[in-house]
Design a protein around this ligand. Structure first.
Ligand code: ATP
Length: 353
């Protein structure tokens, strides 16, 4: 089943959601955005808990705006599990089936199958209070899947769990989603989670989707400063296009000229922002190469050993950069260094947004 939100609008006194989104059959799409950007509102509109002011929601091409929540055949997993504490694990999972009038023997068989799917085979008789947070979320997932929904919506399902558990469970969610090939919309404000899980990510800000694309596209080809800064760590440097030649722009900055692929719509004199990732920087041992382009000279203002990589903070005039380097020895604060960024790893983004 595919999901399509077409020009869906929901307005509150201080907030406007205006969204267009397609989730293809069997795809896992993440809505990623900061707190208050409209993620939960979007999910609630799809589920039917909120009526949009405008626009249409389609499942496999059929409008569902007129359907009440319980007729939409959507499975939902919430952040806080929302399990029934008075029922045991098996009855929690079978609850939806009971509401649909499925016979006890059949619903129990189905619930046991789902327990196996979420790797909790032995837990059917347990009380909810006897489960860890991660186990409760597995039960919530099994419960959401019990009625064989057409779509699965997950609203920050891992945010109540600790970091290690989050990683394990997100892989589980991905495995189950793939196994069932269920069309899924996943909401999170955690960029690492979105990158790891998604077929596609829709980055949201102020009620709008800024960019939707595969994780690599979002990470390597962000369309604006917001997306670049929200997904992963980013370095920025303001400047002006000096010239364009053979698809590359020479970008004039306060720290020297930098060569970068010329984006569409760039022209000499245009103010833009250079963007590059910390892991795409290389330290140069000699300063001889500086001023040849794509070299930045600065002073180390912090050095952190992060296991496989060394993270440096480098200050150059008014700019501050983060470098993530493999196999780099520690460098004391105050040392002058020169680092380079390959032209193909540089991106020029609009100066605003
Ligand atoms: P978080 O990550 O913090 O959960 P979110 O991205 O899910 O945030 P929403 O819960 O969708 O954000 O809220 C989006 C905006 O809409 C917020 O500014 C919120 O205050 C506002 N909002 C949500 N529900 C209502 C309501 N019933 N009445 C008025 N404003 C609302």
């Amino acid at each position: 089943m595919s999901l399509r939100l077409k020009d869906v609008v929901k307005e509150y006194p201080d907030f406007k959601l205006k969204i267009d989104l397609q989730v293809n059959k069997g795809e896992l799409v993440t809505i990623l955005g900061p707190s208050g950007c409209g993620k939960t509102t979007t999910l609630r509109v799809i589920a039917g808990f909120i009526t949009p002011d405008n626009g249409n929601i389609f499942v496999s091409g059929r409008g569902i705006n007129h359907l009440p929540p319980h007729k939409r055949q959507i499975g939902i997993v919430f952040q806080d599990y929302a399990l029934f504490p008075n029922l045991n694990v098996l009855d929690n999972i079978a609850f939806g089936l009971k509401m649909h009038g499925v016979k006890r023997i059949l619903r129990e068989a189905k619930a046991r199958k789902l327990l196996k799917l979420v790797h909790l085979t032995e837990y059917g008789g347990r009380k909810i209070s006897q489960l860890s947070g991660g186990e409760q979320q597995r039960v919530a997932l099994a419960r959401a899947l019990a009625t064989e929904p057409r779509l699965l919506l997950l609203d920050e399902p891992l945010s109540a769990l600790d970091a290690k558990l989050r990683k394990g469970l997100r892989n589980e969610i991905r495995r189950i989603q793939r196994e069932l090939a269920i069309t899924t919309l996943y909401i999170t404000h955690d960029q690492e989670e979105a990158l790891a899980l998604s077929d596609r990510i829709a980055v949201m800000r102020n009620g709008k989707i800024e960019q939707a694309g595969r994780p690599q596209e979002i990470y390597n080809e962000p369309v604006n400063l917001f997306v670049a800064g929200f997904v992963g760590q980013a370095n920025f440097l303001k400047g002006t296009i000096r010239s364009i030649e053979q698809g590359y722009a020479l970008f004039n900055t306060a720290l020297g000229d930098i060569r970068a692929p010329a984006p569409r719509g760039c022209y000499p004199g245009r103010e833009m922002n250079l963007f590059f990732r910390p892991e795409n920087c290389t330290i140069k041992s000699s300063t001889a190469a500086e001023n040849k382009g794509n070299y930045i000279q600065g002073v180390v203002a912090g050095c952190e050993y992060l296991g496989e990589i060394m993270q440096l903070e480098v200050v150059s005039r008014d700019s501050r950069f983060i470098l993530r380097l493999r196999g780099c020895p520690a460098i004391a604060d105050g040392n002058r260094i020169v680092f380079s960024i390959k032209a193909e790893n540089c991106r020029l983004l609009p100066a605003t947004g």
